[in-house]
Design a binder for this molecule. Structure first.
Ligand SMILES: C[S@@+](CC[C@H](N)C(=O)[O-])C[C@H]1O[C@@H](n2cnc3c(N)ncnc32)[C@H](O)[C@@H]1O
Length: 307
């Protein structure tokens, strides 16, 4: 069984498949048996350098999803090749005709490859609107709904899932949403390399991959290190909003957020928050509710800078 199939919440498109989306090549090289710590470190460094080279080559060649050189890049920052622990699983998924058309039409103006090469000017991208980052929008229905409900806020929506990127671009087009941009790649690289300190008016992480097996918990997105990075990109007073239907992930989120010095709970009792009216029900939330899961929202405020 692949790790992908062990993650029960990967998005599925309801539409019929039409074309294969790009997928990262599978690693096939055999690993040496029981390498020592220095061998392991050296191998990692070499692999990371190779991944960066591959990404730079793809970038330089302008490799894109469509043969005419348009659409998102298959792996803009080489993140799929990296050995570091990632919160997502690269997967081969199919893009429908409608999604492909939306990608072709809108990627040049509303899409963004996370190449880690420059710091974004969010003011220019969103015409001066305050900008909220949503990590892991899946098929994007909830994102489109929030963008329609609040046109005075820009949403920078990031995911690695190509069909979802096409779906969200199509929804934005059909609903006349000018306040959504779709980012392709690893949110960690986006936060670390491409967003300026204090630049975000909010951060939304709705139903992140739960990685339910204990041995996969290290892949969960919401961890202390992620919170430190997120805090550095959030403006003081901006809210980090997480939601999950996995009880022990909710407990983990509450524990690490409560312990983090850069965040304070918006709930006076120090617990979970009621679902705010602005958050629509999401696709994965619906699946969780069907299984009888309880849903927890967590809203934590970025505290003002010390000193
Ligand atoms: C379980 S799905 C939830 C989708 C949606 N929020 C919903 O509730 O329907 C989590 C999504 O997060 C994306 N994801 C996980 N880690 C990510 C990362 N580091 N950068 C970008 N997207 C990520 C996955 O590709 C997946 O589409």
């Amino acid at each position: 069984m692949s790790e992908n199939s062990e993650n029960p919440t990967m998005p599925q498109s309801p539409e019929q498949p039409a074309a294969p989306a790009p997928a990262a090549p599978q690693r096939t090289a055999e690993q040496p048996e029981a390498p020592g710590p220095s061998q392991t470190a050296a191998r990692r460094t070499a692999e990371q350098a190779a991944a960066q080279e591959r990404a730079a080559r793809m970038h330089a060649r302008g490799l894109r999803m469509f043969p005419d050189g348009t659409g998102p890049s298959p792996d803009p920052a080489g993140s799929h090749f990296e050995r570091r622990i990632r919160s997502f699983q690269p997967r081969r998924s199919r893009v429908t005709t409608g999604q492909a058309e939306a990608l072709k039409k809108w990627w040049p103006t509303r899409g963004l490859d996370i190449d880690g090469q420059r710091v974004l000017d969010l003011g220019e991208m969103f015409g001066g609107l305050p900008v909220v980052l949503e990590i892991g929008f899946g098929m994007g229905e909830a994102t489109a709904q929030m963008a329609a409900d609040d046109p005075a806020t820009g949403i920078l929506a990031v995911d690695v899932h190509t069909p979802g990127q096409g779906n969200l671009l199509g929804l934005a087009e059909r609903n006349g949403l000018s306040n959504v941009r779709v980012a392709n790649g690893d949110a960690i690289i986006l936060l670390r390399e491409m967003l300026a300190p204090d630049s975000l008016a909010g951060l939304r992480v709705y139903f992140p991959d739960p990685w339910p097996k204990a041995r996969h918990h290290k892949r969960r997105l919401v961890q202390p290190e992620f919170l430190s990075l997120a805090a550095s990109r959030l403006a003081p007073g901006a809210v980090l909003h997480c939601a999950t239907d996995w009880e022990n992930y909710a407990e983990q989120m509450l524990e690490v957020l409560t312990a983090h010095p850069d965040f304070e709970n918006t709930q006076k009792d120090g617990g979970y928050a009621p679902r705010p009216a602005f958050r629509p029900l999401t696709r994965f939330e619906g699946q969780g509710l069907d299984k009888g899961h309880a849903v927890h929202d967590l809203l934590f405020r970025r505290v003002p800078h010390a000193g």
